[in-house]
Design a protein around this ligand. Structure first.
Ligand SMILES: Cc1ncc(COP(=O)(O)O)c(C=O)c1O
Length: 384
């Protein structure tokens, strides 16, 4: 049985062409550390690291490669930002659709005296923009928000929220887990102070590499959550005050960066606009196929061309977990069922606690696979 992978919102598979080869190249032929050795291999690895920062800058329209900070994933990036920025007495706003990568560090900080409010969203997960300004308090420091929901694909009005932050002197932090590599993001234009990304989703790179891009004045305010050796200023025990070293203590994930470098090359060659169009077209095809089934309720923004390529389905009157199990065991279709680390999003969408079966599309899925999935659902639903 051929396997059909429809769990790209969790992690993309397969990875972009060249990722494995580049990681192997590093492991087999380069292998040395960066910033710590005065020999040619270390310099050439360092060049790839710098080139990766530059490619990320091109993708997100950021002017300064040194402001790209590598971490292991977006969870680490958000922890870095939330715990480095906020102090007792501070207040922040988040959307009602956040992932636990945002909420759990915030709830930890709540116990230390930080408070937060959720900006309400409607039943399709769309931010109620007109309520944002009314929630801002004198001690509000920032708005932290995902760009698109991992549960249902609804896209947040990032540009508009960025303008509100700018008007009120608030920091704006964006979780681009579901959009980096597929939706256009312009850090400067959208007035984003820190953009957190993860390499293994739509950026099509390996697991274990992610990061954030940070604006200079926010970087100066942020306490480094992790500090250590950087290979620079080795005469001093102080954390370096310059970027990226200030936030990159310890040896970095070089195989991961080499892999990410290859996937960024692929994205540049293909063009993220073309990838988005391919994925949304398949998402539309799948959503139209599901329209034939009365019990298949799709969560989130109705128009598939306006959401990230995630189709989250609540099979009302059926057991979602059983449907996901049958899709996998009988048809080889891999999805993710449940609450997707985002309980507040499911509460907003009216799919808590039963959750949904999430079908998430990647650049390498085909129309044939989508039609096969619709037929499989039809066959499963006809049995009970
Ligand atoms: C919206 C969102 N934020 C954060 C994360 C966490 O990503 P990572 O596990 O790579 O840190 C995810 C992963 O599913 C996500 O969808």
């Amino acid at each position: 049985m051929d396997r059909i992978y429809l769990d790209n919102a969790s992690t993309s598979y397969p990875k972009a062409p060249g990722v494995v080869e580049n990681m192997r190249l590093f492991m087999e032929e380069i292998g040395c550390n960066v910033g710590r050795g005065g020999y040619a291999g270390a310099y050439s690895a360092g060049e790839v690291v710098y080139d990766t920062r530059e490619r990320l800058c091109r993708l997100f329209h950021s002017p300064k490669p040194q402001n790209v900070i590598f971490t292991s994933n977006i969870t680490a990036s958000l922890n870095f930002i939330i715990k480095g920025l906020l102090h007792p007495g501070d207040h922040v706003l988040v959307s009602a659709m956040e992932h636990n990568a945002m909420m759990r560090p915030l709830v930890q900080m709540e116990k230390l005296g930080v408070s937060f409010d959720r900006i309400p969203c409607d039943g399709q997960g769309q931010l109620l923009l007109d309520q944002v300004e009314g929630l801002i308090r004198p001690n509000t420091r920032a708005i932290l928000m995902l760009h698109a929901s991992n549960v249902c694909g609804t896209v947040m009005p990032i540009r508009e929220v960025g303008a509100i932050c700018h008007k009120h002197g608030l920091r704006f932090v964006v979780d681009a887990a579901q959009t980096a590599g597929v939706f256009p993001i312009d850090i400067v234009d959208m007035r984003i102070d820190a953009l957190a990304f993860t390499g293994h989703k739509s950026l099509l790179g390996p697991q274990g590499i992610g990061g954030f891009i940070i604006e200079d004045s926010l970087a100066a305010e942020l306490d480094p959550l992790i500090s250590g050796g950087t290979g620079s200023r080795s005469d001093s025990e102080e954390v370096p005050d310059f970027l990226p070293d200030r936030f990159e203590g310890g040896t970095m994930n070089l195989p991961g960066i080499f892999g990410l470098n290859a996937s960024l090359q692929y994205l540049e060659k293909e063009g993220i606009g073309n990838i988005l169009q391919h994925e949304q077209t398949l998402s539309k095809r799948f959503s139209e196929g599901l329209a034939a089934f009365d019990c298949a309720r799709i969560a989130g923004t109705e128009d598939p061309m306006k959401r990230a390529p995630v189709v989250s389905v609540d099979f009302t009157g059926r057991d979602n977990a059983e449907i996901a199990f049958l899709l996998d065991s009988q048809y080889g279709i891999m999805t993710r069922c449940g609450l997707h680390c985002a309980p507040s999003a499911h509460k907003t969408l009216g799919t808590f606690p039963q959750g949904t079966v999430r079908f998430s599309i990647g650049p390498f899925n085909t129309p044939k696979e989508i039609d096969f999935a619709v037929d499989a659902i039809k066959a499963i639903l006809s049995t009970y």
